[in-house]
Ligand binder design. Structure first.
Ligand SMILES: Nc1ncnc2c1ncn2[C@@H]1O[C@H](COP(=O)(O)OP(=O)(O)OP(=O)(O)O)[C@@H](O)[C@H]1O
Length: 392
């Protein structure tokens, strides 16, 4: 019989909270594999096992598990009776799999969670190693190398014996839903989807808020943001997206305020509206894709001004990263190709000729006195649409 064995290391650090993290992780795994009928998921000291999978579901399940936060590694394993002959033959299968890939040197490592098993870990490893050499050395040139083997055969003695040889890396992080909830300001650009991914990877549930300037930004720009949410939803199970009409705010600022402050005042409106949406929907923080110095509007002074518009914390997971690193993550998670599609964002519709790159908060507040801030926010919020994008 085969099963999937899952390791989830980081959780081990979490002391008394551990059962809470584990429960949530299992719930997330179950949701991710909801399309496979009749599977059973069981937890065993630092491991999760998925059993009852039919042969053609293994690869599908593995692909889905690659997108579950909190997994350190996983592998398909052979499940054998806790009896040395059964263990030996499971090991033979595991080793043959590696030999097929051209690997020739090996070592055996045994972990004995069930201390009542009559052989010690070392004795099991020795017996199994000898069995593999006896059966495979002549035919395939298999040899032992304990220092730098091509592959390791691992045996875990628990309620049954679990045998495996190669392991895939999991995505890591913390199980989604264990770190509270935050609202992501999601543009159509490269950075904010990555910022959302990084915060979700810390276990934080996210909802997305997008500002759009119809008719200046068209349907395509909106579809692009929905497509970005579809990619993020593969990691977050589902993603609620709020689409906020922004044109009235932009045109009003444009008409009434000094053009130099257009960008910073616009940003402060985005923050205020996102904060309002967050507070109405259980969000405890905002997330943006800003990093210092990337563009003229992302100076320390601008950050001070945008922060001052809201009272909730603003998380900026990209703040210390350079563009190359951000692009690498965007490519890995699958948002990059969508982000580079050339549709206008609301921020590119009204761009001042000479923006203030180092705005002073007092000056910005003074400019904003020309506006009925509350009314503009109320209008935008009351015309906001939302949708829930599901992971299929
Ligand atoms: N139309 C929008 N809707 C929602 N949030 C936005 C929008 N435009 C910008 N933001 C937020 O403000 C941040 C800074 O925007 P800016 O255009 O200066 O930066 P950027 O580095 O190009 O970011 P991105 O690549 O995410 O667009 C974005 O990362 C995003 O969090």
């Amino acid at each position: 019989m085969k099963a999937i064995l899952i390791r989830y290391g980081e959780l081990a650090l979490k002391g008394l909270n551990r059962p809470f993290f584990e429960k949530r992780l299992i719930k997330n795994i179950r949701k991710k594999l909801k399309n496979i009928e009749n599977i059973s998921i069981k937890k065993e000291q630092g491991r999760i096992f998925i059993e009852n999978l039919s042969e053609d579901h293994f690869n599908f399940a593995i692909e889905r598990l690659k997108k579950v936060f909190g997994l350190v590694g996983f592998t398909i394993c052979e499940v054998a009776e806790k009896e040395i002959e059964a263990i030996k033959s499971a090991d033979l299968n595991a080793a043959l799999n590696e030999i097929k890939k051209g690997k020739r040197t090996f070592k055996v490592e045994t972990k004995r969670a069930d201390k009542t098993f009559k052989l010690t870990s070392l004795e099991i490893s020795r017996l199994v190693g000898a069995h593999l050499l006896k059966n495979l050395a002549d035919m395939y040139g298999l040899v032992v190398d304990v220092h730098n083997p091509d592959f390791e055969v691992k045996i875990e003695i628990r309620d049954k014996a679990y045998v495996y040889s190669s392991e895939e890396k999991g995505i890591g992080g913390m199980p989604l839903g264990t770190g509270g909830k935050a609202h992501l300001l999601l543009s159509g650009g490269i950075d904010s989807p990555v910022a959302g991914f990084m915060i979700a990877k810390r276990g934080v549930e996210i909802e997305a808020v997008h500002f759009y300037s119809f008719p200046y930004t068209g349907e395509k720009a909106k579809e692009k943001v929905i497509d970005l949410c579809k990619v993020l939803a593969q990691f977050t199970d589902k993603l609620k997206l709020y689409i906020v009409p922004f044109i009235e705010i932009q045109t009003t600022i444009y008409e009434k305020c000094d053009e130099k402050y257009l960008t910073i005042i616009m940003r402060r409106f985005m923050m205020r509206i996102a904060e309002r949406i967050a507070k109405l929907n259980g969000g405890m923080a905002l997330v943006t894709g800003e990093s210092i110095g990337q563009v003229a509007s992302q100076t320390m002074e601008s950050i001070i001004c945008t922060n001052a518009a809201v009272s909730v914390p603003v998380l900026r997971p990209l703040v210390g990263m350079d563009k190359k690193e951000i692009i690498r993550i965007a490519k890995n998670i699958g948002t990059y190709d969508i982000s580079i599609l050339p549709y206008e964002d609301c921020c590119t519709v009204f761009v001042p000729k000479h923006p203030k790159t180092k705005p002073r908060l007092e000056e910005v507040i003074k400019e904003e006195e020309k506006l009925d801030i509350q009314l503009l926010i109320e209008n935008a919020i009351s015309n906001t649409e939302w949708m829930v994008i599901e992971d299929r």
